[in-house]
Write a protein that binds this ligand. Sequence first.
Ligand code: FMN
Length: 260
Amino acid sequence: MNSTIETILKRNSVRSYDARPIEAEVKDEILKATLRAPTAGNLMLYSIIEVNDQQKKNTLAKTCDSQPFIAKAPWVLLFLADYQRWHDYFLACDVEKFCARSGLSMRVPAEGYLMLACCDALIAAQTAVIAAESLGVGSCYIGDIMENYEEHQALFDLPRYTFPICMLCLGYPDAKAAGRKQTPRFDRKFIVFQDSYKNLTAGDFDEMFRAETAARFQGRSDIEGAVNVGQQTYRRKFAADFAVEMNRSVRTIMQNWTRG
Ligand SMILES: Cc1cc2nc3c(=O)[nH]c(=O)nc-3n(C[C@H](O)[C@H](O)[C@H](O)COP(=O)(O)O)c2cc1C
């Protein structure tokens, strides 16, 4: 096994950090690797905001579904899907006049470019995760940055054609994080299909969730009325308050991008 695969296989999300700051040279290497990530059309449809201000980190620890470890992370990177830079450049290049001359109407980026920009930002973020891991720096995604759009927009002066798609907390792992067991994954046969999609059967689900049911459910549930892992997970994730807020917030951002 080569060292790249080893790095990927040993990675865990890290949520508690050593007091040691990340050295400037290490940050520089991680960012250098990040900016080499593949990007749709080589457009770099993303921006990264380094959150250094402790007050802003404190706010994020509350607005991202109350996760106090965000405030303690030595390095916080906010990844934005970003079409604004190109939009501003197009305006600077008189693309409007060009369109008028050519009988075209100048278009807003709309759903397709929003998705491409999200792809770009996420691929850059994951490149940062792997680069960091290879240098001994742990990381954890914060998906809850998609919530509370209005607060985050004001906190970071986000223009219309940006979308805070994910955030990374980074730092050297403390002893607790370093000793954590890896999280399990579903068996490959439930995830990787050959040539066409495979709908899973009741038997497949039994097998897929057997270990988790034994480890997590054990006939009792911390969620009232839930009698299996599906009901627990639905209530804990998909029907949770954070998901309701995330959907509201994302809808607002998408409406911003797509209104004419
Ligand atoms: C898009 C995305 C959003 C996530 N958001 C959060 C989050 O808000 N808070 C958190 O503690 N972990 C978050 N995580 C980390 C996952 O919980 C973690 O990757 C998963 O439990 C598997 O654990 P592992 O990364 O240690 O293998 C997120 C991961 C991804 C990919």
